[in-house]
Design a protein around this ligand. Structure first.
Ligand code: URA
Length: 236
């Protein structure tokens, strides 16, 4: 792996800025492979070098993949002057990373959201050409009907064109699970709107085979495990 400047490398992990690193280096608090360094422009190997700050090893992660259990009331944006964003829910330790949401959910939709600084992966997940499968739990204001199920399977006609076929499994009088392989603006709400139904609750359960774990509380996020990251990479 290419060598990188130590200030850039440490700052990329989100905890310290480049000027923080300079401060720490000047006070001889940073070491590479056991040797205290004297300049923050010194280079290190992101994969092989052991970097320590005050004797504590820094785990260098090139890219960060978080899953968030999105609550209602925050927007899927990186910044917003008035409203809370999904990034406002990220714990301090990851705030310095250039994270962004890989896929959007409406403000009132809850459920699985991926936040990453891996631009390539995020771009691919968002790409309409990749047809990433997403599973939603839906509650309507009226009963779910067989007509809706058949209509979703055939492809609902929206004002921006015909939707790809979608799977609708009726799970209760007013509840269903819907699987989509595209991601248009307000898609599920508009699809049910064609049948005179209003979506009162919408929750994303899964992206591909990556499911939101039951033990991740609303508003919380955590890093993906290696297996979960593989499932995410399989999506594209
Ligand atoms: N469809 C919608 O209508 N809203 C979402 O947030 C996701 C899918």
């Amino acid at each position: 792996m290419a060598m990188e400047r130590i200030d850039k490398l440490i700052a990329s992990q989100g905890l310290y800025s480049r000027s923080d690193v300079k401060y720490l280096v000047n006070r001889k608090r940073v070491a590479v492979d056991g040797k205290v360094i004297t300049s923050s422009s010194q280079k290190a190997d992101p994969e092989k070098s052991v970097i320590t700050i005050d004797g504590k090893p820094l785990t260098v992660k090139k890219q960060l993949y978080l899953m968030l259990h999105k609550p209602k009331g925050c927007v899927s944006a990186t910044e917003d002057k008035k409203q809370q964003t999904v990034l406002d829910l990220v714990p301090q330790e990851w705030r310095g990373r250039e994270l962004f949401p890989a896929g959007r959910l409406d403000k009132d939709t809850t459920g699985l959201m991926i936040l990453t600084d891996d631009g390539v992966l995020a771009h691919n997940i968002l790409s309409p050409r990749k047809h990433v499968r997403k599973v939603y739990r839906v509650e309507l204001d009226i009963p779910v009907t067989e007509e809706m199920r058949q209509g979703f399977a055939a492809g609902v006609e929206l004002n921006d064109g015909l939707c790809k076929e979608a799977k609708l499994v009726i799970t209760g009088e007013r509840t269903a699970e819907v699987t989509l392989s595209e991601g248009r603006y307000h898609q599920i709400k508009r699809m049910f709107g064609c049948y005179g139904a209003k979506v009162v609750e919408l929750h994303r359960l899964a992206m591909g085979n990556l499911y939101l774990p039951e033990d991740l509380p609303e508003g919380h996020c955590r890093e993906l495990t290696e297996e979960e990251l593989k499932l995410l990479q399989q999506l594209i």
